[in-house]
Write a protein that binds this ligand. Structure first.
Ligand SMILES: [Zn+2]
Ligand SMILES: [Zn+2]
Length: 353
């Protein structure tokens, strides 16, 4: 157990490192998503990690407990790297050599000047496949597109980086008072209780990578209790939407959800007006979930691609011949209309004449 509390540019945590049980080495150990093992480059030992869905993630923290909020033990020393190009804040293992920013590829990255206290996650959805399989997801995605431009179909991914994204989830017992207003104008005062479980809020507010939003549907029931092994060799984005702000967003979204439930329950006959909701027994979790970010080349430009590291869902803007086809169709339609008009005028003249 190394005391790293004085490591410069790293977050202070009292911690152990991810150690190889074979040789005790700590450097270069990587999480292998294909086999769900931890691989040591020196002695070659692979250590099995639990399969997703096999270990329940019981830990939910009390929103009102200052003590639980102060949990910053990542069980591994992390350094916070800030990108001066896009502002991306990424956490790396302290001993890991940092390349470019995973979001924009820029190499102007700097260690954070101060050591902020960054809450440690309670759960992680580990990567389910490696970069080679990410290429297959991309090829499959392109294969489903119609009228792709020449040369796009067999594009190869470049600059592939895996990164864990931050999410907050909230659970609460909600008690809502509202007026059920019917279409005929009558209204009734009602109360509705509902326990909402694991409402998810994305904890990053910066528009750093244009495609991330399109691949954010994770299977949250496959999360595992946090363990530093899943992050061995893989960076994690620091949350930029804090817990309190995320909870404010969650409350608004939970209320919308309740409003929709009430509308459905009344079979579309009564709208919930003056809806006031109280939240009790609020619990939260901080979760990390995997994406691959990459680019592909088209006509000398690099275009961004994002792939969900758990489900393989892929998204990018792929250029197609569709705009060209639409223009051709438009021209043909116009030509046909002109021809029709001319022949019509012509026959009309004949009739008159
Ligand atoms: Zn080893
Ligand atoms: Zn960046």
């Amino acid at each position: 157990m190394a005391d790293n509390s004085s490591t410069i540019g790293a977050i202070n945590v009292t911690s152990s490192e991810v150690k190889c049980p074979g040789c005790g080495g700590t450097i270069g150990i990587k999480f292998d998503p294909n086999t769900l093992t931890l691989k040591c480059p020196f002695c070659g030992l692979s250590t099995d990690l639990p399969q997703p869905g096999t270990v329940p993630v019981n830990q939910k923290l009390d929103f009102d407990s200052a003590l639980q909020r102060a949990n910053v033990s990542w069980d591994n020393v992390k350094k916070l790297i800030i990108c001066s190009n896009c502002g991306g804040q990424t956490l790396y293992d302290a001993e890991q050599i940092t390349g470019g920013c995973p979001f924009c590829g820029s190499t102007s990255v700097m260690p954070a000047a101060e050591n902020p206290q960054i809450m440690a996650p309670q759960a992680v959805i580990p990567f389910a496949f490696d970069k080679e399989l990410a290429q297959k997801c991309f090829t499959h995605f392109l294969g489903k597109k119609h009228f792709l431009c020449k040369g796009v179909t067999d594009s190869k991914l470049e600059d592939v980086v895996g990164v864990y994204l931050p999410f907050w989830t909230f659970s609460a017992l909600t008690v809502s008072g509202y007026k059920a207003k019917y279409v005929d104008g009558t209204s009734v005062n009602c109360i509705w209780n509902e326990h909402i479980d694991d409402h998810v809020i994305y904890a990053s507010d910066k528009f750093r990578h244009p495609m991330i939003d399109r691949v954010r549907n994770f299977e949250y029931n496959e999360m595992l209790p946090y363990s530093p092994q899943y992050l061995a060799g893989i960076p994690a984005e620091r949350y930029t939407v804090g817990l309190d702000e995320a909870w404010e967003r969650s409350k608004t979204q939970m209320k919308d959800r309740i409003r929709n439930t009430l509308w459905r329950k009344s079979s579309g006959k009564a709208a919930a007006e003056d809806l006031k909701t109280d939240f009790y027994n609020v619990k939260f979790r901080y979760i990390l979930a995997p994406v691959y970010l990459a680019t592909y080349r088209y006509k000398k430009t690099k275009r961004p691609v994002a792939i969900n590291g758990q489900t393989g869902e892929t998204y990018c803007d792929a250029p197609t011949y569709l705009p060209v086809l639409l223009v051709i169709a438009g021209i043909l339609l116009l030509a046909w209309l002109i021809a029709f008009f001319i022949s019509f005028t012509f026959s009309f003249n004949i009739t008159i004449g």
